[in-house]
Design a protein around this ligand. Structure first.
Ligand SMILES: [Zn+2]
Length: 257
């Protein structure tokens, strides 16, 4: 079995000396591909560094919408330089967070727009955080797509079926994380069932939100298999098919150059 964790935060700042064991455990259960996501300049640089020496890992660089109001003056320039160096395969994570609202909405929109333009300029996929903001994120993506091509992932998707359908219509990929396995997430599983197979991604969003039955523990990419199993059961397909489809989708998206 071959799995691809399309969204995880694996920088040494979060896992310290456990990182080699985390990677070994992921590979032992078949998680051979991982997209390591940045949320600030430092962890984006660390993601690129890690991806340059670890097979199967790729890096994304960006500034998380919850952090855009508190970044250092040079951080956007560092992201720009890193992306220009060709060492990352995606832009993000970026987006809008109307749930935590840690940064003013205009600042979040400004940074989301900068990431969108960067992704379009370099023809890289965009990793989007859309907590309680899916329709506003989709509006900005739709507007950008009038200017030129753009491929985006709505990661850790928690929107409605109608929003998922709109995202698919825009050509977006939709990533499901551990939340979809929770007993209380029946509605989200219904959304996941309706997503066309070629738009489906799975992710852990490590170190956050472990899937059932590991809820409450620090998350890591090896736990992806639980999310894959849950989605396979919900969609009435084999685990092999779910793993193969989502892995092929992630490779097509992140490794197209
Ligand atoms: Zn994330």
């Amino acid at each position: 079995m071959d799995y691809f964790d399309s969204h995880c935060h694996l920088d040494p700042m979060r896992y310290g000396e456990d990182l080699p064991d985390i990677l070994a455990r992921a590979r032992a259960v078949g998680v051979s591909g991982m997209t390591v996501i940045g949320t600030r300049a430092a962890d984006s640089e660390a993601a690129a560094e890690l991806a340059s020496r670890e097979p199967g890992l790729i890096a994304a660089a960006g500034i998380h919408p919850n952090d855009v109001a508190e970044i250092d003056a040079d951080e956007w320039d560092r992201i720009t330089r890193l992306v220009a160096s060709g060492r990352v395969a995606a832009i993000g994570e970026t987006g809008l967070d109307w749930y935590r609202q840690e940064a003013p909405q205009e600042v979040q929109r400004d940074f989301f727009d900068r990431h969108i333009r960067m992704a379009q300029k370099l023809a890289l996929p965009l990793v989007v955080h859309s907590r309680n903001s899916t329709s506003d994120c989709l509006s900005m993506l739709r507007e950008a797509m009038v200017r030129g091509p753009l491929v985006a992932v709505l990661h850790s998707f928690t929107g409605t079926a109608a929003e998922a359908a709109e995202a698919v219509e825009l050509g977006c990929m939709i990533g499901f994380a551990g939340m979809v396995t929770f007993r209380s997430s029946a509605a989200l599983r219904e959304v996941a069932i309706a997503v066309p197979a070629d738009h489906l991604l799975i992710e852990t969003d490590s170190p956050f939100l472990s899937p059932e039955p590991l809820r409450g523990r620090r998350n890591e990419p090896a736990h992806l298999v639980h999310t894959a199993r849950c989605l396979a059961i919900a969609r009435g397909e084999s685990l092999e098919k779910c793993a193969a489809t989502t892995t092929a989708n992630a490779r097509r998206l992140f490794l197209r150059r």
